[in-house]
Design a protein around this ligand. Structure first.
Ligand code: AMP
Ligand code: TRP
Length: 328
Protein backbone atom coordinates (compact mmCIF):
# COMPACT_ATOMS: atom_id res chain seq x y z
CA UNK A 1 0.00 0.00 0.00
CA UNK A 2 1.11 3.55 -0.68
CA UNK A 3 2.54 5.38 2.33
CA UNK A 4 0.71 8.67 2.78
CA UNK A 5 1.72 11.40 5.27
CA UNK A 6 0.06 14.67 6.11
CA UNK A 7 0.21 17.18 8.93
CA UNK A 8 -2.06 19.81 10.36
CA UNK A 9 -1.31 22.57 12.85
CA UNK A 10 -3.18 22.86 16.14
CA UNK A 11 -3.82 26.56 15.67
CA UNK A 12 -7.34 27.95 15.59
CA UNK A 13 -10.51 26.01 14.98
CA UNK A 14 -10.92 23.88 11.90
CA UNK A 15 -13.02 25.37 9.11
CA UNK A 16 -14.80 24.03 6.07
CA UNK A 17 -11.71 24.67 3.89
CA UNK A 18 -9.62 22.40 6.12
CA UNK A 19 -12.32 19.72 6.04
CA UNK A 20 -12.92 19.75 2.27
CA UNK A 21 -9.36 20.62 1.22
CA UNK A 22 -7.49 18.34 3.58
CA UNK A 23 -9.12 16.25 6.30
CA UNK A 24 -11.80 14.63 4.15
CA UNK A 25 -9.13 13.45 1.79
CA UNK A 26 -7.24 11.84 4.62
CA UNK A 27 -10.37 10.02 5.73
CA UNK A 28 -10.97 8.74 2.20
CA UNK A 29 -7.37 7.60 1.87
CA UNK A 30 -7.10 5.78 5.17
CA UNK A 31 -8.47 2.46 3.97
CA UNK A 32 -6.68 2.27 0.64
CA UNK A 33 -3.28 3.52 1.74
CA UNK A 34 -1.03 3.38 4.75
CA UNK A 35 -1.88 6.72 6.33
CA UNK A 36 0.32 8.58 8.79
CA UNK A 37 -1.38 11.74 10.10
CA UNK A 38 0.39 14.12 12.41
CA UNK A 39 -0.74 17.04 14.55
CA UNK A 40 2.22 19.35 14.08
CA UNK A 41 2.43 21.07 17.45
CA UNK A 42 6.09 22.08 16.98
CA UNK A 43 5.11 23.97 13.83
CA UNK A 44 2.54 25.84 15.90
CA UNK A 45 5.40 27.25 18.04
CA UNK A 46 6.70 29.27 15.08
CA UNK A 47 4.26 32.01 16.09
CA UNK A 48 3.76 33.15 19.69
CA UNK A 49 1.38 31.08 21.83
CA UNK A 50 0.31 31.43 25.47
CA UNK A 51 1.51 28.77 27.95
CA UNK A 52 -0.73 25.69 27.82
CA UNK A 53 -2.52 26.75 24.67
CA UNK A 54 -0.79 24.42 22.20
CA UNK A 55 -1.45 21.35 24.34
CA UNK A 56 -5.15 21.95 24.74
CA UNK A 57 -5.53 22.78 21.07
CA UNK A 58 -3.67 19.59 20.17
CA UNK A 59 -6.15 17.47 22.12
CA UNK A 60 -9.10 19.36 20.61
CA UNK A 61 -7.77 18.92 17.10
CA UNK A 62 -7.27 15.19 17.64
CA UNK A 63 -10.92 14.98 18.76
CA UNK A 64 -12.08 16.90 15.70
CA UNK A 65 -10.05 14.69 13.35
CA UNK A 66 -11.46 11.56 14.91
CA UNK A 67 -14.98 13.03 14.73
CA UNK A 68 -14.41 13.70 11.02
CA UNK A 69 -13.76 10.00 10.55
CA UNK A 70 -10.03 9.46 11.03
CA UNK A 71 -9.80 6.05 12.63
CA UNK A 72 -6.74 5.63 14.87
CA UNK A 73 -6.93 1.86 14.37
CA UNK A 74 -6.78 2.10 10.57
CA UNK A 75 -4.12 4.84 10.43
CA UNK A 76 -1.31 6.26 12.51
CA UNK A 77 -2.59 9.42 14.21
CA UNK A 78 -0.06 11.08 16.50
CA UNK A 79 1.42 14.30 17.87
CA UNK A 80 4.67 15.57 16.32
CA UNK A 81 6.41 16.41 19.63
CA UNK A 82 5.75 12.89 20.96
CA UNK A 83 8.18 11.53 18.35
CA UNK A 84 11.54 13.26 19.01
CA UNK A 85 12.97 12.13 15.69
CA UNK A 86 11.09 14.97 13.93
CA UNK A 87 13.05 17.72 15.64
CA UNK A 88 16.33 15.88 15.18
CA UNK A 89 15.92 15.23 11.47
CA UNK A 90 14.68 18.81 11.04
CA UNK A 91 18.08 20.09 12.20
CA UNK A 92 19.91 17.79 9.80
CA UNK A 93 17.69 18.94 6.93
CA UNK A 94 18.13 22.61 7.83
CA UNK A 95 21.82 22.02 7.25
CA UNK A 96 20.96 20.69 3.78
CA UNK A 97 18.60 23.52 2.83
CA UNK A 98 19.86 26.87 1.58
CA UNK A 99 18.91 30.27 2.94
CA UNK A 100 17.88 31.23 -0.59
CA UNK A 101 15.47 28.31 -0.90
CA UNK A 102 13.76 29.19 2.38
CA UNK A 103 13.68 32.84 1.42
CA UNK A 104 11.56 32.04 -1.64
CA UNK A 105 8.76 30.39 0.33
CA UNK A 106 5.54 32.32 -0.12
CA UNK A 107 4.09 31.05 3.18
CA UNK A 108 7.03 32.62 5.02
CA UNK A 109 6.57 35.90 3.15
CA UNK A 110 2.84 35.98 3.97
CA UNK A 111 3.18 34.92 7.59
CA UNK A 112 6.17 37.10 8.39
CA UNK A 113 4.39 40.13 6.91
CA UNK A 114 1.60 39.53 9.42
CA UNK A 115 3.92 39.36 12.47
CA UNK A 116 4.35 42.84 13.86
CA UNK A 117 7.10 42.70 16.44
CA UNK A 118 8.72 39.26 16.39
CA UNK A 119 9.50 37.01 13.44
CA UNK A 120 10.94 33.78 14.81
CA UNK A 121 13.78 31.94 13.10
CA UNK A 122 11.48 28.91 13.34
CA UNK A 123 8.99 30.59 11.02
CA UNK A 124 11.79 30.83 8.47
CA UNK A 125 13.07 27.25 8.84
CA UNK A 126 9.52 25.83 9.15
CA UNK A 127 9.75 24.04 5.77
CA UNK A 128 12.79 22.02 6.92
CA UNK A 129 10.75 20.65 9.85
CA UNK A 130 7.93 19.91 7.42
CA UNK A 131 10.40 18.08 5.16
CA UNK A 132 11.54 16.04 8.19
CA UNK A 133 7.92 15.12 8.98
CA UNK A 134 7.46 13.77 5.48
CA UNK A 135 10.84 12.11 4.88
CA UNK A 136 10.90 10.29 8.24
CA UNK A 137 8.12 7.99 7.07
CA UNK A 138 9.43 7.05 3.60
CA UNK A 139 6.36 8.90 2.38
CA UNK A 140 5.22 8.50 -1.21
CA UNK A 141 2.19 10.83 -1.24
CA UNK A 142 1.37 13.99 0.68
CA UNK A 143 -2.29 15.05 0.48
CA UNK A 144 -2.46 18.81 1.02
CA UNK A 145 -4.16 21.94 -0.23
CA UNK A 146 -2.73 23.88 -3.16
CA UNK A 147 -0.99 26.35 -0.80
CA UNK A 148 1.39 23.61 0.36
CA UNK A 149 2.67 22.65 -3.08
CA UNK A 150 5.79 24.78 -2.73
CA UNK A 151 6.75 23.15 0.57
CA UNK A 152 6.45 19.68 -0.93
CA UNK A 153 8.60 20.72 -3.89
CA UNK A 154 11.22 21.98 -1.44
CA UNK A 155 11.02 18.65 0.44
CA UNK A 156 11.80 16.83 -2.80
CA UNK A 157 14.72 19.15 -3.56
CA UNK A 158 16.20 18.70 -0.09
CA UNK A 159 15.77 14.91 -0.23
CA UNK A 160 17.45 14.81 -3.62
CA UNK A 161 20.34 16.93 -2.39
CA UNK A 162 20.77 14.75 0.71
CA UNK A 163 20.71 11.59 -1.40
CA UNK A 164 23.30 13.07 -3.77
CA UNK A 165 25.58 14.06 -0.87
CA UNK A 166 25.26 11.01 1.35
CA UNK A 167 23.83 8.22 -0.80
CA UNK A 168 20.27 6.96 -1.38
CA UNK A 169 18.46 7.67 1.90
CA UNK A 170 15.08 9.31 1.35
CA UNK A 171 12.11 8.56 -0.89
CA UNK A 172 10.98 11.56 -2.96
CA UNK A 173 7.35 12.35 -2.08
CA UNK A 174 4.63 13.70 -4.37
CA UNK A 175 1.98 16.27 -3.42
CA UNK A 176 -1.57 15.04 -4.00
CA UNK A 177 -3.95 17.96 -4.40
CA UNK A 178 -7.67 17.19 -4.53
CA UNK A 179 -9.37 18.31 -7.76
CA UNK A 180 -12.59 19.76 -6.32
CA UNK A 181 -12.67 22.34 -3.58
CA UNK A 182 -8.89 22.25 -3.40
CA UNK A 183 -9.42 25.84 -2.33
CA UNK A 184 -12.51 26.88 -0.44
CA UNK A 185 -12.82 30.64 -0.60
CA UNK A 186 -14.05 33.13 2.01
CA UNK A 187 -17.84 33.54 1.72
CA UNK A 188 -17.69 37.32 2.13
CA UNK A 189 -14.47 37.84 0.23
CA UNK A 190 -14.39 35.10 -2.40
CA UNK A 191 -11.06 36.10 -3.89
CA UNK A 192 -9.35 35.17 -0.58
CA UNK A 193 -9.20 31.61 0.67
CA UNK A 194 -11.29 30.67 3.67
CA UNK A 195 -9.00 30.93 6.67
CA UNK A 196 -9.08 31.06 10.44
CA UNK A 197 -7.43 34.46 10.37
CA UNK A 198 -10.08 36.15 8.19
CA UNK A 199 -11.26 39.66 9.08
CA UNK A 200 -14.90 38.74 9.60
CA UNK A 201 -16.44 35.48 10.89
CA UNK A 202 -19.23 35.72 8.34
CA UNK A 203 -16.95 34.42 5.61
CA UNK A 204 -15.66 31.37 7.48
CA UNK A 205 -17.57 28.24 8.45
CA UNK A 206 -16.11 26.61 11.54
CA UNK A 207 -16.77 22.90 12.00
CA UNK A 208 -18.07 23.59 15.49
CA UNK A 209 -20.39 26.47 14.46
CA UNK A 210 -24.04 26.21 15.34
CA UNK A 211 -25.68 24.66 12.27
CA UNK A 212 -28.32 27.39 12.00
CA UNK A 213 -25.49 29.94 11.88
CA UNK A 214 -23.71 27.85 9.25
CA UNK A 215 -26.78 27.79 7.02
CA UNK A 216 -27.21 31.53 7.44
CA UNK A 217 -23.59 32.23 6.49
CA UNK A 218 -24.00 30.25 3.27
CA UNK A 219 -27.29 31.92 2.38
CA UNK A 220 -25.62 35.32 2.90
CA UNK A 221 -22.54 34.47 0.84
CA UNK A 222 -21.38 37.26 -1.48
CA UNK A 223 -22.12 36.54 -5.15
CA UNK A 224 -22.43 39.13 -7.94
CA UNK A 225 -25.19 41.01 -9.70
CA UNK A 226 -25.42 39.34 -13.11
CA UNK A 227 -27.69 36.54 -11.86
CA UNK A 228 -26.21 33.80 -13.98
CA UNK A 229 -25.12 30.51 -12.39
CA UNK A 230 -21.91 29.56 -14.14
CA UNK A 231 -18.63 27.91 -13.06
CA UNK A 232 -16.01 30.57 -13.67
CA UNK A 233 -13.72 31.11 -10.67
CA UNK A 234 -11.96 34.10 -12.22
CA UNK A 235 -15.00 36.10 -13.31
CA UNK A 236 -17.53 34.76 -10.77
CA UNK A 237 -15.58 33.83 -7.62
CA UNK A 238 -18.53 33.86 -5.19
CA UNK A 239 -20.86 31.70 -7.30
CA UNK A 240 -18.04 29.33 -8.26
CA UNK A 241 -17.10 28.94 -4.61
CA UNK A 242 -20.67 27.87 -3.75
CA UNK A 243 -20.64 25.42 -6.67
CA UNK A 244 -17.28 24.07 -5.52
CA UNK A 245 -18.49 23.59 -1.94
CA UNK A 246 -21.75 21.96 -3.06
CA UNK A 247 -19.83 19.71 -5.47
CA UNK A 248 -17.37 18.71 -2.76
CA UNK A 249 -20.26 17.76 -0.46
CA UNK A 250 -22.28 15.82 -3.04
CA UNK A 251 -19.46 14.43 -5.17
CA UNK A 252 -20.77 16.22 -8.28
CA UNK A 253 -18.72 18.19 -10.74
CA UNK A 254 -19.24 21.94 -10.08
CA UNK A 255 -19.48 22.74 -13.78
CA UNK A 256 -22.27 20.19 -14.25
CA UNK A 257 -24.02 21.43 -11.10
CA UNK A 258 -24.16 24.96 -12.51
CA UNK A 259 -26.51 23.77 -15.26
CA UNK A 260 -29.11 22.73 -12.70
CA UNK A 261 -29.59 26.28 -11.39
CA UNK A 262 -30.74 29.49 -12.94
CA UNK A 263 -30.97 31.51 -9.73
CA UNK A 264 -28.67 32.15 -6.81
CA UNK A 265 -31.29 31.53 -4.07
CA UNK A 266 -31.78 27.80 -4.69
CA UNK A 267 -28.04 27.29 -5.15
CA UNK A 268 -27.41 28.90 -1.77
CA UNK A 269 -30.16 26.87 -0.09
CA UNK A 270 -28.92 23.58 -1.49
CA UNK A 271 -25.34 24.38 -0.55
CA UNK A 272 -26.44 25.27 2.99
CA UNK A 273 -28.38 22.02 3.26
CA UNK A 274 -25.48 19.92 1.95
CA UNK A 275 -22.99 21.49 4.35
CA UNK A 276 -25.35 21.08 7.33
CA UNK A 277 -25.85 17.37 6.52
CA UNK A 278 -22.10 16.94 6.26
CA UNK A 279 -21.42 18.61 9.61
CA UNK A 280 -24.28 17.24 11.70
CA UNK A 281 -22.87 13.73 12.36
CA UNK A 282 -19.38 15.17 12.89
CA UNK A 283 -20.68 17.43 15.64
CA UNK A 284 -22.49 14.54 17.33
CA UNK A 285 -19.36 12.38 17.43
CA UNK A 286 -17.31 15.34 18.66
CA UNK A 287 -19.61 15.79 21.65
CA UNK A 288 -19.07 12.11 22.58
CA UNK A 289 -15.28 12.39 22.29
CA UNK A 290 -15.21 15.54 24.41
CA UNK A 291 -17.07 13.72 27.15
CA UNK A 292 -14.16 11.22 27.46
CA UNK A 293 -10.80 12.93 26.72
CA UNK A 294 -8.92 9.85 28.04
CA UNK A 295 -9.99 7.89 24.97
CA UNK A 296 -8.30 10.40 22.66
CA UNK A 297 -5.12 10.59 24.78
CA UNK A 298 -4.78 6.81 24.72
CA UNK A 299 -5.25 6.75 20.96
CA UNK A 300 -2.53 9.39 20.54
CA UNK A 301 -0.06 7.50 22.75
CA UNK A 302 -0.62 4.34 20.72
CA UNK A 303 -0.24 6.40 17.52
CA UNK A 304 3.17 7.74 18.66
CA UNK A 305 4.34 4.18 19.38
CA UNK A 306 3.33 3.12 15.87
CA UNK A 307 4.99 6.20 14.34
CA UNK A 308 8.30 5.48 16.13
CA UNK A 309 8.54 2.03 14.60
CA UNK A 310 9.06 3.79 11.24
CA UNK A 311 10.73 7.06 12.28
CA UNK A 312 13.50 5.59 14.44
CA UNK A 313 15.06 3.38 11.72
CA UNK A 314 14.73 6.10 9.06
CA UNK A 315 16.55 8.66 11.23
CA UNK A 316 19.23 6.04 11.96
CA UNK A 317 19.63 5.45 8.23
CA UNK A 318 20.19 9.20 7.73
CA UNK A 319 22.72 9.61 10.56
CA UNK A 320 24.60 6.48 9.42
CA UNK A 321 24.77 7.76 5.85
CA UNK A 322 26.10 11.09 7.09
CA UNK A 323 28.57 9.19 9.21
CA UNK A 324 27.91 10.72 12.61
CA UNK A 325 29.99 8.84 15.18
CA UNK A 326 27.85 6.10 16.61
CA UNK A 327 27.13 6.53 20.32
CA UNK A 328 26.66 2.80 20.74
P1 AMP B 1 -4.01 25.51 7.74
O1 AMP B 1 -5.40 25.82 8.17
O2 AMP B 1 -3.45 26.61 6.90
O3 AMP B 1 -3.10 25.04 8.84
O4 AMP B 1 -4.12 24.28 6.73
C1 AMP B 1 -4.43 22.95 7.09
C2 AMP B 1 -4.74 22.16 5.82
O5 AMP B 1 -5.97 22.63 5.25
C3 AMP B 1 -3.69 22.30 4.70
O6 AMP B 1 -3.57 21.09 3.99
C4 AMP B 1 -4.26 23.39 3.82
O7 AMP B 1 -3.80 23.30 2.50
C5 AMP B 1 -5.76 23.09 3.92
N1 AMP B 1 -6.52 24.34 3.75
C6 AMP B 1 -6.46 25.45 4.54
N2 AMP B 1 -7.32 26.41 4.10
C7 AMP B 1 -7.95 25.88 3.02
C8 AMP B 1 -8.96 26.37 2.13
N3 AMP B 1 -9.53 27.57 2.27
N4 AMP B 1 -9.36 25.56 1.13
C9 AMP B 1 -8.83 24.33 0.99
N5 AMP B 1 -7.88 23.81 1.78
C10 AMP B 1 -7.44 24.57 2.80
N1 TRP C 1 2.66 23.30 6.66
C1 TRP C 1 1.41 22.56 6.66
C2 TRP C 1 0.27 23.59 6.66
O1 TRP C 1 0.46 24.74 6.97
C3 TRP C 1 1.30 21.64 7.85
C4 TRP C 1 2.31 20.54 7.79
C5 TRP C 1 3.39 20.36 8.62
C6 TRP C 1 2.33 19.47 6.87
N2 TRP C 1 4.06 19.26 8.28
C7 TRP C 1 3.46 18.67 7.22
C8 TRP C 1 1.53 19.11 5.79
C9 TRP C 1 3.81 17.55 6.48
C10 TRP C 1 1.88 17.96 5.07
C11 TRP C 1 3.00 17.21 5.40
O2 TRP C 1 -0.83 23.21 6.38
Amino acid sequence: MTRVFSGIQPTGDLHLGNLLGAVRNWVEMQHRSEGVFCIVDLHALTVATAPGEVGSRTLELAQVLMACGLDPEATTLFVQSHVHEHAELAWILQCNTSFGELNRMTQFKDKSARQRDFISAGLFTYPALQAADILLYDTEEVPVGEDQRQHIELTRDVAERFNARFGETFILPEAVIPPTAARVMDLQNPTDKMSKSAESDAGTILLGDDLAVTAKKLRRAVTDSDNEVRWDPAAKPGVSNLLGILGACTGDDPEALAERYDQYGPLKNDTAEAVVSLLEPIQQRLAELRADPGETSRALAAGADKARTVAVPVLRRATEHIGLLSGG
